[in-house]
Design a protein around this ligand. Structure first.
Ligand code: SF4
Length: 628
C-alpha cells in the first residue's frame, strides 16, 4: 500500500526514537536525554515521536508530554531551521541586546517568539547564557556566539538567508574566550591529568595500617574502617572547604555523611548548571580545566566509595558536550576512569554527562537529581537529604564544579595548605565572574577576603554606583559598602560580580531581575508562581508611571509571604533585588510613583482605552485628567 509523505516522515521519526532509546538501553531514567536527542535529530518533538518514546520506554504518554512541556529548551511545535536564542541577562541588555534582536527580527521578517513564515528561523530570548564577559550573546542551534554588534547581526542574517549550514559559518563567530584576568591557586594549578588521584591514592597508602589483601577487601575496607579513603576525607575536612554554589555547606561533612549512609550504590554528581545570571566561571572550568574537575570527582568517589558519577551540564553549555566526552574517553584509555583506576583493585568509577534543557531551578540540588532521573526538575521536600537519599534514593554527593576542582587541589596539596589561604571561616580561593561596567570583564580568582573595592580596581571599573554580588538572588552593594569582603562571613557568592556605573538605572536593573524570577519559577507552588508574576506586574506598573507607595508596601508584604511559604530558594529570594535597590536607590523608585499617598484600585484611564480605540479617539482630550 502506498504511503503518504506524512506517513514517511512519521515512520522516520519513529525510527529515530527507536535508535536513540536503544542506545540508552531502554532506561526510563534517560527520558530527558532521549527527548533532547530526539529533538536534535528531528528539529522538535512531534506528537508521533513523543508517542514512540512513551511506547519504547514503557512510560505513560502523559508523563512524556509533561516532561516535554516542562523544560524550556524542549519544543513540541515546529521551530525554525535556525533557532536563535538571545541571552537576556541585564548585562546583555546594557550592551544593546534588545535592539540587536529587534534588528535581526526586522531583517529576517520574523516576530520574536515565533517562527518565520518560510520556516527558516525562530528568534526568542532565554535567561543568561553564561557569556556576560563577551556579550551580548546568543545561541544558534545550541552553539554560543558572543560579541554581538550590528555587523555580526548582519553577517548572521545573511548566512541564514543563504541557508548555509552552521559548519560552513566562519569559525571566528564561535570563538569563546576564557578571559582569565587573574589566576590563583585553582586557575593556575598546573597539574597533569590524574595527579590528584595519584596523590589521593598515596595518602591512602600512607594512612592505611594494613593493605587490603585482595580486590574484595578494598571495597570492604572502604565500607568499614579503611584508612585509605578516610585519610583523603580527613584532608578535605581539615581544609574547611565549603561549597562554592552559594550555600557554603562544608564539603567534608557532606562527604562523610554520604560515606556513612546505607545504600547499594553511591553517586558523585557535579552540578554544572550555573544558571545564576552573571555567572560564567563553570564555562571556563569545563572548557579549559575539565581534567581537574574529573580528577576532583574521582577523588570524591574514592573518599565516599562511589562507583558512578554524573555531570549535570546546563543546556546552555550543550556546545561543550563533545569536547567533555572526548576528555572522558581519553581518561578511560589512561585508566583514570573505569575499572581498577590506576591499578587500584576495586577502585571502579566512571562519569556520564547529562545535559539539562533550560530550567534554572534544576540548579537546586534536589531538583537536579529529579531531572537526572528523567523527571521534571522540582525541588524535593527535605529531609531526607541527597547524602542519604539522592540519585535513585541512594547516597549521593552533589557538588559544584569549582568545589570539586578545589577538592582535587586539596588531594595534592593537603588540607592544612588549603586552610592557610583565605580567611578564618572561608578557606581557599574564589573565582569571580566579573561583568558589567568595567574595562576588563572576565574571571578573577582571589583568596577569600578580597574587598569589593580591590576587584573594582583590578577590572578597571569607574564611577561605580553598585555591584550585584551573586546574581539576582544575592546582594546589591552600594558605594558605602565597597570595603566589604568576598567571604562566607561577609559577602558570600556563587561567583557573579556584576558592576553598574552611575549611568545605570537601578530600578531597571531590579525590574530585569524580577522578570527573570517570574520566567524561571517552575510553577510547582502557588506563592512563587503567583508571587513572582505579581512582582513583575508591580514593577511594570511602577515603570509605566502608575505605581504608588501602596505598591512598594505590597512588595514588602509579598516578600514575607514568599519567605514563609515558597518551596525553594528561588521563591525565597525573588524579592531580594527589589528590596535591596529600593533601600539603597529609593529616589529611582519614588520619582516614578504616580502618587505617594493615594492607591487607586484600578487605572480608570487605562480601562477606557478600548472605548477610545472604538471611537477612534486618542487625543489628549480623550484621556482623563485632560478634559477641557
Ligand atoms: Fe518552583 Fe518557585 Fe516553588 Fe521553587 S519556590 S518550587 S521555583 S514554584
Amino acid at each position: 500500500m502506498a504511503t503518504s509523505p506524512d506517513d514517511a516522515v512519521i515512520h522516520e521519526h519513529e525510527q529515530i526514537v527507536r535508535r536513540i532509546v536503544a542506545q540508552r538501553h531502554h532506561d526510563p531514567h534517560a527520558l530527558l536525554q532521549v527527548l533532547r536527542e530526539v529533538q536534535e535529530a528531528c528539529g522538535y518533538l512531534p506528537p508521533a515521536a513523543l508517542a514512540q518514546v512513551a511506547r519504547s520506554l514503557r512510560q505513560p504518554l502523559a508523563r512524556v508530554r509533561g516532561i516535554a512541556g516542562f523544560y524550556s529548551f524542549l519544543a513540541t511545535e515546529p521551530r525554525g531551521l535556525y533557532r536563535v536564542l538571545f541571552s537576556d541577562n541585564v548585562t546583555d541588555r546594557m550592551q544593546g541586546s534588545e535592539q540587536l534582536m529587534a534588528s535581526m527580527c526586522h531583517r529576517l521578517w520574523v516576530e520574536p517568539g515565533k517562527v518565520s513564515e518560510d520556516g527558516l528561523v525562530s528568534v526568542a530570548t532565554t535567561s543568561c547564557t553564561g557569556l556576560c564577559d563577551q556579550g551580548p550573546g546568543m545561541l544558534v542551534n545550541g552553539r554560543a556566539i558572543g560579541h554581538l554588534d550590528d555587523d555580526r547581526i548582519e553577517t548572521l542574517c545573511q548566512l541564514m538567508l543563504d541557508r548555509r549550514s552552521l559548519e560552513e559559518w566562519p569559525a571566528e563567530l564561535f570563538v569563546i574566550e576564557d578571559n582569565v584576568r587573574r589566576a590563583d591557586i585553582l586557575l593556575g594549578h598546573g597539574f597533569a591529568p590524574g595527579d590528584p588521584i595519584r596523590a589521593a591514592l598515596r595518602r591512602g597508602t600512607q594512612g592505611r595500617s594494613e593493605a587490603p589483601a585482595n580486590e574484595r577487601s578494598w571495597r570492604e575496607a572502604y565500607v568499614g574502617a579503611a584508612l585509605g579513603p578516610v585519610a583523603v576525607l580527613e584532608e578535605v575536612k581539615r581544609s574547611n572547604l565549603r561549597g562554592r554554589g552559594g550555600a557554603g555547606f562544608t564539603t567534608g561533612v557532606k562527604w562523610e555523611a554520604c560515606r556513612h549512609a546505607t545504600g547499594l550504590t553511591r553517586y558523585v554528581v557535579c552540578n554544572a548548571d550555573e544558571g545564576e545570571p552573571g555567572t560564567f566561571k563553570d564555562r571556563v572550568l569545563l572548557t579549559s580545566h575539565a581534567d581537574l574537575l574529573f580528577d576532583g570527582m574521582t577523588v570524591a568517589a574514592y573518599a565516599v566509595g562511589a562507583s558512578q558519577g554524573f555531570v549535570y551540564l546546563r543546556g546552555e553549555y550543550r556546545g561543550l558536550l563533545e569536547r567533555l566526552n572526548a576528555v572522558l574517553e581519553r581518561r578511560r584509555t589512561a585508566n583514570l576512569l573505569g575499572k581498577g583506576i590506576l591499578g587500584q583493585p576495586g577502585f571502579d568509577f566512571d562519569i556520564e554527562i547529562h545535559v539539562g534543557a533550560g530550567s534554572y531551578v534544576c540548579g537546586e540540588e534536589s531538583a537536579l537529581l529529579d531531572s537526572l532521573e528523567g523527571k521534571r526538575g522540582v525541588p524535593r521536600n527535605r529531609p531526607p537529604y541527597p547524602v542519604t537519599n539522592g540519585y535513585l534514593q541512594q547516597p549521593t554527593i552533589v557538588n559544584n564544579v569549582e568545589t570539586l576542582c578545589a577538592a582535587a587541589l586539596i588531594a595534592v596539596q593537603g588540607g592544612d595548605w588549603y586552610r592557610s589561604i583565605g580567611t578564618l571561616k572561608s578557606s581557599g580561593s574564589k573565582i569571580l565572574s566579573v561583568a558589567g561596567d568595567c574595562a576588563r570583564p572576565g574571571l578573577y580568582e582571589y583568596p577569600f577576603g578580597v574587598t569589593v573595592r580591590q576587584v573594582l580596581g583590578d577590572c578597571g571599573a569607574e564611577r561605580t554606583q553598585a555591584v550585584q554580588v551573586s546574581g539576582p538572588s544575592g546582594i546589591c552593594v552600594d558605594v558605602t559598602e565597597f570595603d566589604r569582603r568576598i567571604a562566607f562571613e561577609d559577602l558570600p557568592t556563587a561567583g557573579a560580580f556584576t558592576i553598574f556605573d552611575i549611568s545605570r538605572d537601578m530600578f531597571e536593573v531590579a525590574r530585569a531581575y524580577t522578570q527573570f524570577f517570574a520566567h524561571e519559577s517552575c510553577g510547582f507552588c502557588t506563592p512563587c508562581r503567583v508571587g513572582t508574576s505579581m512582582l513583575k506586574a508591580s514593577m511594570d506598573k511602577i515603570r509605566d508611571g502608575n505605581g504608588t507607595l501602596h505598591d512598594l508596601r505590597e512588595i514588602s508584604r509579598l516578600n514575607k509571604v514568599l519567605l514563609m511559604s515558597a518551596h525553594c530558594g528561588l521563591g525565597h529570594t525573588a524579592c531580594n533585588p527589589i528590596l535591596d535597590t529600593m533601600k539603597k536607590f529609593r529616589p529611582m523608585y519614588e520619582r516614578r510613583l504616580r502618587s505617594r499617598d493615594f492607591a487607586p484600585a484600578f487605572d480608570l484611564d487605562q480601562a477606557l482605552a478600548r472605548a477610545r480605540q472604538m471611537t477612534g479617539r486618542d487625543d489628549p482630550g480623550a484621556h482623563l485628567g485632560n478634559e477641557p
